[in-house]
Design a protein around this ligand. Structure first.
Ligand code: SAH
Length: 245
């Protein structure tokens, strides 16, 4: 089964973007995943192809119209079971656990917001799951969609050269990853830690585990408590619990 992404956007030329090069790009040309970027404006029905309007109640900016967006969503996902995501700073923050769930499914429909955002009624009626990539504001959902798809595509079967390398990344084991070293043996007077060149695989594994734990305690104590996101985000425990080693 091929993972199929449909992205609804006012800027389809932003896709596949960086996902057209390197490993993701090769996998795309091999047909291991697919992406279609759909122009929301094509679903406007008036002469000026209007996609936005002023916010009800007043205030700055514009809001994406629900009728136009609903037609676009219905067109791409009328009879399929792909999750429908809306990139949104108000959403639950994306985690590696959610990325894994999405990667194991048939694909995604992603709506990219612009301006002030989208009319609430289309979020409700089309059951859009709001997904944030972090606590900062982008000018549009497109870079967020590319970030989400990057994280998903790299773990699809056969996309990464070395299948095993994905299993030891930060977050996969509930911990940040240990530090890495490579040649030269001495760099600006600093040696590679002796244990890593000892050939003792048991000792190496122990060192890496201890370093991962030390870094996590220092930088992300929240991960050790089993909560990769601050509580304000209305956590859904099942999908956000880090996998225990
Ligand atoms: N007025 C909104 C921000 C709109 S930014 C608010 O204050 O919540 C315009 C669009 O960029 C959003 O509709 C969303 O699609 C996208 N976007 C901005 N920041 C994002 C983030 N952190 N994660 C995901 N999408 C984001």
């Amino acid at each position: 089964m091929t993972f199929r992404a449909s992205v609804l956007t006012l800027y389809p030329e932003m896709f596949p973007g960086h996902l057209g090069v390197s490993l993701a790009g090769k996998a795309l040309s091999r047909g291991q995943w697919s992406i279609d970027a759909v122009q929301i404006r094509d679903f406007a029905e008036d002469k000026h192809r209007t996609v936005d309007d002023t916010p009800a109640g007043g205030g700055a900016g514009m809001v994406l119209k629900p009728d136009v967006l609903a037609r676009a969503i219905d067109y791409v996902s009328a009879d399929d079971h792909r999750p429908r995501l809306l990139m949104s700073p108000r959403g639950r923050t994306l985690t590696q656990a959610r990325v894994r769930e999405l990667a194991s499914g048939p694909g995604v429909v992603i709506v990219c917001g612009r301006f002030e955002g989208v009319d609430q009624r289309v979020i409700d009626t089309r059951q859009l799951e709001e997904v944030s990539i972090g606590d900062y504001i982008l000018s549009g959902g497109e870079p967020a969609a590319l970030v989400l798809l990057d994280a998903v595509v790299r773990i699809l079967p056969g996309v990464m050269g070395n299948e095993l390398s994905g299993l030891h990344e930060s977050f996969e084991g509930g911990l940040l990853e240990h530090p890495h070293y490579t040649r030269p043996q001495v760099f600006e007077g600093r040696e590679i830690p002796a244990v890593l060149t000892s050939g003792n695989h048991g000792a190496i594994a122990k060192w890496r585990e201890a370093e991962a734990r030390r870094l996590t305690e220092e930088r992300r104590p929240d991960l050790l408590k089993g909560d990769p996101n601050p509580p304000a985000n209305d956590a859904k425990p099942d999908s956000r619990q880090p996998v225990k080693r």
